[in-house]
Design a protein around this ligand. Structure first.
Ligand SMILES: *Cc1c(COP(=O)(O)O)cnc(C)c1O
Length: 372
């Protein structure tokens, strides 16, 4: 442990070097086949991903943001509509709603786990509300029973930003499969990360699937026919080939993340200044995959600078603000829960590429800060 003096928040180069030979083999194979766009590696990946999630369709797209956008268009969301989303999320959730022509309406979160607060949704519903977009944050799935019951009562559709939650579930059902569609991200630092941008839309609805498939490829129904307006949001075939390899090992990836979360949980449970996320072994209806390990501290800024002096990189999500707190977006309103949450929250390094020594070093450093 003594020889450690740096723990990166995410070790980007390790993503490649961990299985360098295998990736070079994949590059060699795919590139020498000339299989670049909409090829077999992509359709294989789509089949495997749909099987993994137990969903009818998975459609590879360029990234999650475009996936959300394509899904919203397919769902008929357009100008004049309102879509409610939790303000503790990446700006992309709101951006996709805005790009679809609709109005993003932020709502508050639970203080214990940072997830969309189902009880706060109702007060944001107007005659223009069309959809609720829960965000399956940090690898955890929202209380989907409560959200579904609001949606049902008001006749709203559910569309999921499940960018952070591949393999996470609630009452045995996978994140991304609750609503009309779900969108995933394969950004390098996500739990299933490729070497650049990547994403997927998943759905059980044939019409949504057709519409997203057409949209991602210029509205082209076949070689000659254009069925409508579209754009270009395809997932590169070579990225799909990397993802195929990673998906084979994905259960192990999740296990490793949950193991690190357990270690954090047991190391910090005695520190009363820290409010920990729900742990992996004690989460009732939830199975969490720990895209992030987000905790809260009353001495957050001091803790972060101490860890930084020890060479440990930490982060506050989204540049330290909830979406509605970014003035330039014009979504200002009062959401007391998420505002107080952002005074205390931070992320510890959490990824399957961390060594045991690194995890121990993070634990010991935090204990030293708290003098225990
Ligand atoms: C990463 C992320 C996105 C965006 O994913 P991209 O693939 O980078 O477009 C959207 N929402 C959330 C919650 C995310 O974490």
């Amino acid at each position: 442990m003594k020889d450690i003096n740096q723990v990166p928040f995410f070790p980007y180069s390790r993503l490649f070097t961990n299985h360098q030979e295998k990736y070079l083999e994949i590059i060699n194979d795919v590139l020498s086949r000339g299989a670049f766009i909409l090829q077999k590696d992509l359709s294989d990946f789509e089949t495997k991903l749909a099987d993994f999630l137990g969903v009818k369709h998975a459609i590879g797209v360029s990234d999650c943001t475009n996936g959300l956008f394509a899904g919203l268009l397919a769902a008929g969301i357009s100008s004049g509509d309102e879509v409610i989303f939790p303000s503790h999320t990446f700006v992309a959730s709101a951006g996709a709603i805005k790009l679809a022509g609709a109005k993003p309406i932020p709502c508050d979160i639970n203080l214990n786990d940072g997830m969309m607060n189902p009880a706060d949704i109702e007060r944001h519903i107007t005659q223009h509300t069309k959809a609720i977009m829960p965000v399956q944050l940090n690898g955890r799935t929202c209380n989907m029973d409560a959200i579904a019951s609001v949606a049902e009562e008001y006749g709203l559709i559910i569309v999921e930003d499940s960018a952070q939650a591949l393999g996470s579930s609630y009452k045995g059902k996978n994140a991304g499969t609750f609503g009309l569609f779900g969108a995933f991200s394969f950004y390098p630092a996500k739990t299933l990360g490729c070497f650049g941008d990547g994403g997927a839309v998943v759905t059980n609805d044939d019409l949504i699937a057709d519409s997203v498939r057409l949209f991602r490829n210029h509205g082209r129904a076949n070689e000659t026919d254009i069925s409508g307006w579209g754009g270009n949001s395809r997932l590169d075939n070579v990225q799909a080939a990397f993802l195929n390899f990673q998906l084979l090992r994905y259960e192990t990836t999740i296990e490793r993340r949950r193991e690190i979360a357990s270690k954090y949980q047991s190391s910090f449970s005695a520190i009363s200044d820290l409010k920990l996320p729900p742990g992996p072994d004690n989460s009732g209806d939830n199975f969490d995959i720990f895209q992030n390990y987000e905790l809260k501290s009353n001495h957050r800024d001091e803790l972060r600078s101490y860890l930084s002096e020890q060479g440990i990189e930490t982060m506050i999500q989204w540049g330290g603000k909830a979406v509605h707190q970014h003035q330039n977006l014009g979504l200002s309103m009062a959401l007391p829960g998420v505002e107080s949450y952002f005074k205390e929250c931070m992320l510890l390094p959490m990824n399957s590429l961390m060594t045991n020594n690194e995890v121990d070093y993070v634990c010991e450093s935090i204990k030293t800060f708290y003098d225990i």
